[in-house]
Design a binder for this molecule. Structure first.
Ligand SMILES: Nc1ncnc2c1ncn2[C@@H]1O[C@H](COP(=O)(O)OP(=O)(O)OP(=O)(O)O)[C@@H](O)[C@H]1O
Ligand SMILES: [Mg+2]
Length: 246
């Protein structure tokens, strides 16, 4: 693997009082890679995103962004450097239009000398949301709300995009379409993407590599096919609602 890891987490730990949410989590993501992160409910996926984005401090370990230790950097510094994420629970301004929602992010994240209006136009086109630009979030589909959330996440400058269950709750066709758009974003711009989902079959279509979190720690790291046949992974998913192969 190249030396220039876009993102590297090393020995990350997180405790909430007596609850261990993450334990000795280490992996790296190469620049330009699309990587999946799967695990059952409560495995620690969102907590890891919170730590990588700087919203939560880790109890131990470090986060490096393009080789630079950013563990102590506040969230807005990481965001301006291009470390971007979407939220599992989509958070939009419900009284603002789709275009205005994206504009808020563009104005926050772009340097003052850059044209935020051009950025909004470009993101609306990129996410195929131009026809919805003047609608309120309550007037568009869940799939489009997820696209607005991704548009807000990439506004300004984005080098690594972490997507927390952007595909969940979508119909098969909607998920296929969004996967196509995420892959096109990666292909056209070189943005590194980390996608969190519960189920391997969804991710197998879009990633060449997966990390599996279970009970707060990494239990496997490999191709979708290796993961699907890994006895430790199969065992971990037995007894959970989500079958790894579903
Ligand atoms: N702020 C918090 N305070 C206390 N416990 C927390 C907090 N955030 C998460 N946890 C706990 O940490 C564990 C990991 O939660 P996390 O949300 O990271 O899991 P997840 O893998 O994202 O799950 P899901 O697939 O349901 O989204 C869970 O036991 C959760 O209850
Ligand atoms: Mg989660």
């Amino acid at each position: 693997m190249s030396d220039a890891a876009a993102l590297e987490v090393t020995h990350i730990a997180k405790r909430f009082g007596g609850l261990v949410a993450l334990r000795d989590v280490s992996f790296r993501v190469a620049e330009g890679e699309v990587m999946g992160l799967i695990g059952p409910n409560g495995a620690g996926k969102s907590t890891l995103f919170e730590i990588v984005s700087g919203n939560l401090p880790p109890s131990g370990g470090r986060v490096a962004f393009f080789g630079r230790d950013c563990t102590a950097d506040p969230p807005h510094v990481r965001r301006r450097a291009g470390l971007c994420r979407s939220f599992q629970k989509v958070r939009l301004f419900e009284t603002m239009s789709v275009g205005e929602n994206i504009a808020v992010a563009a104005r926050q994240c772009l340097p003052p000398d850059k044209d935020w209006r051009a950025e909004v136009t470009s993101i609306l086109e990129r996410m195929r949301l131009t026809p919805q630009a003047d609608r309120l979030p309550s007037e568009i589909t869940l799939a489009d709300r997820k696209k607005v959330e991704i548009g807000r996440a990439i506004a300004g400058y984005c080098r690594v995009l972490m997507l927390d269950e952007s595909l969940s709750g979508l119909t098969h066709d909607e998920a296929e379409e969004l996967i196509g758009e995420i892959l096109a974003l990666n292909r056209d711009t070189g943005i590194t993407v980390i996608v969190v989902e519960h189920v391997l079959s969804v991710l197998a279509k879009m990633v060449k590599r997966l990390v599996v979190l279970h009970n707060a720690t990494v239990i496997a790291d490999g191709t979708p096919s290796e993961i699907a046949h890994d006895p430790v992974v199969i065992e971990a998913y037995l007894g959970t609602k989500a079958s790894v192969l579903r």
